[in-house]
Design a binder for this molecule. Structure first.
Ligand code: CO
Length: 214
């Protein structure tokens, strides 16, 4: 059988399973979505957001790209973020990277890979910012694991620097930002950091929304 047909067959079996448990499953699901979490993860096929967190349809609003990047000119990510924060009013944003990330590994190489180099360049910036710590780690694999963690940490701060998050925090919204790293070898998530509402960002990024109220 052609491999894509297996997916369509599996879909039919999945529908049957769901209807077996609740015959109105899809009626309820089609009504509305009220997810509490925005997940920003890597596109890597081995890190399926719902599977590794035991969540199902309706629970996660998901954005995935190579090496879970938060880039301030990426209208795709920004649109997802705005919708999640302002319309869905999620309570948690989770940036989840993963050890063994090919995007992070490639960011350390000097090979020209074409367009993807321009995307991964942002991880070179993470390296440059944390060069002192990273260059002090002799073991290459350990250094790579640490870069994966620092990459997640930087994306978490970049989220806090966005106008959407700052505005939500100034309005007193209960919005937390989490940095996690998934371990492909154990299946476990390493809970790295969490920013609570109104965590101050570097002054250069602080925005004043007073003019909006006039
Ligand atoms: Co990856």
């Amino acid at each position: 059988m052609e491999s894509h047909k297996k997916l369509l067959l599996a879909n039919k079996a999945w529908v049957a399973d769901k209807l077996n448990v609740r015959e109105d499953y899809f009626l309820r699901m089609a009504n509305d979505q009220t997810p509490e979490f925005l997940w920003i993860g890597c596109s890597d096929s081995r890190v399926p957001a719902e599977d590794v967190t035991g969540t199902g349809p309706g629970e996660l609003f998901v954005h995935r790209n190579i090496a879970n990047q938060v880039i301030h000119t990426d209208f795709n990510m920004l649109s997802v973020l705005q919708y999640a924060v302002e319309v869905l009013k999620v309570k948690h944003i989770i940036v989840c990277g993963h050890y063994g990330c090919g995007g992070v590994r490639n960011a350390l190489s000097h090979q020209h890979l074409g367009l993807i180099n321009k995307w991964l360049r942002n991880i070179k910036d993470v390296y440059r910012i944390h060069r002192h710590e990273l260059d002090g780690i002799d073991d290459e694999e350990r250094r790579l694991r640490r870069l994966v963690e620092l990459n997640v940490q930087e994306q978490v701060w970049k989220l806090a620097e966005t106008s959407f998050v700052q505005h939500a925090w100034q309005e007193g919204r209960d919005l937390h930002i989490h940095g996690w790293v998934y371990d492909l070898h154990t299946g476990l998530i390493n809970d790295l950091l969490m920013l609570t509402p109104r965590t101050p960002v570097d002054p250069i990024y602080q925005l004043n929304f007073d003019d909006l109220k006039k």
